[in-house]
Design a protein around this ligand. Structure first.
Ligand code: GLN
Length: 483
């Protein structure tokens, strides 16, 4: 049952083949059996069984949605009322959220069953899940490899069949890169498409929540629930939400695909390049036309991102001061000692590095040289995408330069770690939607294809991904021992 699609499970629930309580119990058992993967920070067993019982009643009454009774899990960045919400940090190890994030609320309304809260890099800062206060997550395809980050727990849980699907968030690649490394389907929506209310802020102008699932169809079902205007998020966009599933079967004959030459230079592992080439060929067979495009400013994306994201994080994380909520140091001598030690002891090394970088970039005298400059570069990058997307319908390329690297391999070298997101970060700077879909295996580990579309073209991306998944089976492969 653990590797079935949402629609198959929904059918089984409706026909009485199994109940949501049985389905939920099966997932809870698997979570226990595979606890060494370290995917979950909190498992909400009792709550899940209660929700499953309510879902069974609702299905019996006939007012169920496709997600009613389906066991899903939330990245631990989304606030869940009455349930610990840590954001992967010691700072919030004692934090019980007093309210639900909009995304959580929407899944509740749809009747989804929450299995628990998923491990992640501390405050979503990282590419390997190794910055989590709760320890690294193992990649189910190779237990010595990272699952990607920051939504590493989400990707590993879906790949290992420890949740039907999961939420993720993506500030610079955190949905797409772990999706690629764990062989699942992930979608980062257009900035403003999914509400950020109750999603703990890292870099507010870049953060966006989205679905992580086995297939484009499952992701479409999730996005249907997650997307839409929310007056509690001032950057949420008030546009109608298309019927994502209805668009999945549209023909993609004549689709114009752009391949940025900057995506295929030195630095890209040749086996990953071959996977992308084969995927693009598959699209050619489906009737797509391929064209080379150029985005000369892409090389500036990483430096610009690390100035902007760090600046925003230094402001967002100033609220964790040991006074209002979260970690407080023992026996402070005075207020300064309280602030200093609470923050010094509550935050991990990478988070501190970002706060220091961001504070520096925003300080008088450096603001123009770093922050304003980075914002100008951000505009140039957006313009590159605008130009490319006026010539083609979508852009394709790799998600990550290589398959998943080893646990411990890059954690000592931040610059090398930052380079893991070289193909994903620019998309967040531009605010565009993008997907990662499983497209091959390199040395026993999955590699994803990235598909980048125009603003609010999530329906198109899902359609393009779904068509590929009709003629290939990469998305149906499970890691050995988790089949
Ligand atoms: N790896 C990037 C960072 O550490 C992106 C993380 C994310 O998307 N949340 O900032």
């Amino acid at each position: 049952m653990h590797n079935k699609s949402i629609t198959d499970l929904a059918k089984g629930l409706r026909s009485g083949e199994f109940s949501s309580v049985e389905l939920t119990q099966a997932f809870l058992d698997r979570i226990k059996r595979h606890s060494s993967l370290n995917c979950y920070i909190t498992v909400t067993e009792d709550l899940a069984l209660q929700e499953a019982k309510a879902a069974d009643d609702r299905i019996a009454k006939g007012d169920a949605t496709l997600l009613t009774g389906i066991p899903i899990a939330q990245k631990d960045i989304f606030c869940t009322q009455g349930v610990k919400t840590t954001c992967g940090s010691k700072m919030l190890d004692n934090f019980i959220a007093p309210y639900n994030a909009t995304v959580v609320e929407k899944f509740n309304q749809a009747g989804g069953v929450m299995l628990g809260k998923l491990n992640m890099d501390e405050f979503a800062m990282g590419s390997s899940n190794e910055t989590s206060y709760y320890g690294a997550v193992r990649n189910p395809w190779d237990l010595n490899a990272i699952p990607g980050g920051s939504s590493g727990g989400s990707a590993a849980a879906v790949a290992a069949g420890l949740a039907v699907c999961a939420t993720g968030t993506d500030t610079g690649g955190s949905i797409r890169q772990p999706a690629s490394h764990c062989g699942i389907t992930g979608l980062k929506p257009t900035y403003g498409r999914v509400s950020r209310y109750g999603m703990i802020a890292y870099a507010s102008s870049l953060d966006q929540g989205g679905p992580m699932a086995r297939s484009a169809e499952d992701a479409a079902i999730m996005l249907q629930v997650m997307a839409g205007f929310d007056e509690r998020d001032s950057t949420s966009v008030d546009l109608p939400v298309p019927d994502y599933r209805a668009e999945l079967n549209n023909s993609i004959e004549g689709l114009k695909i752009g391949l940025p030459k900057e995506f295929f230079g030195a630095g890209l592992n040749s086996d990953v390049a071959a996977v992308i080439e084969a995927a693009v060929n598959e699209y050619r067979k489906l009737g797509a036309h391929i064209k080379e495009v150029s985005m000369p400013n892409l090389k500036l994306a990483i430096p610009a991102y690390y100035v902007i994201a760090s600046a925003e994080c230094s402001a967002n994380l100033s609220r964790f001061d040991g006074v209002r909520y979260g970690y407080r140091c023992a026996n402070p001598e005075d207020l300064t000692d309280l602030y200093t030690r609470s923050r010094g002891e509550g935050f991990g090394k990478e988070v501190k590095r970002r706060i220091l970088m961001g504070t520096y970039a925003l300080s008088a005298g450096y603001y123009d040289a770093y922050y304003i400059k980075a914002q100008k570069v951000r505009r140039l990058i957006s313009d590159d995408f605008k130009k490319a997307l006026s010539e083609v319908d979508v852009i394709m390329g790799p998600v990550a330069p290589s398959a998943a690297f080893g646990i411990g391999e890059k954690i000592g070298n931040p610059i090398e770690m930052y380079l893991s997101d070289i193909y994903t970060i620019a998309i967040n700077l531009a605010g565009l939607p993008a997907m990662s879909i499983p497209a091959g295996v390199v040395g026993g580990k999955p590699a994803g294809l990235q598909i980048i579309g125009n603003y609010f073209a999530e329906h198109r991306l899902l359609n393009i991904a779904h068509q590929y998944q009709q003629v290939t089976d990469w998305h149906q492969q499970s890691p050995k021992d988790f089949e």
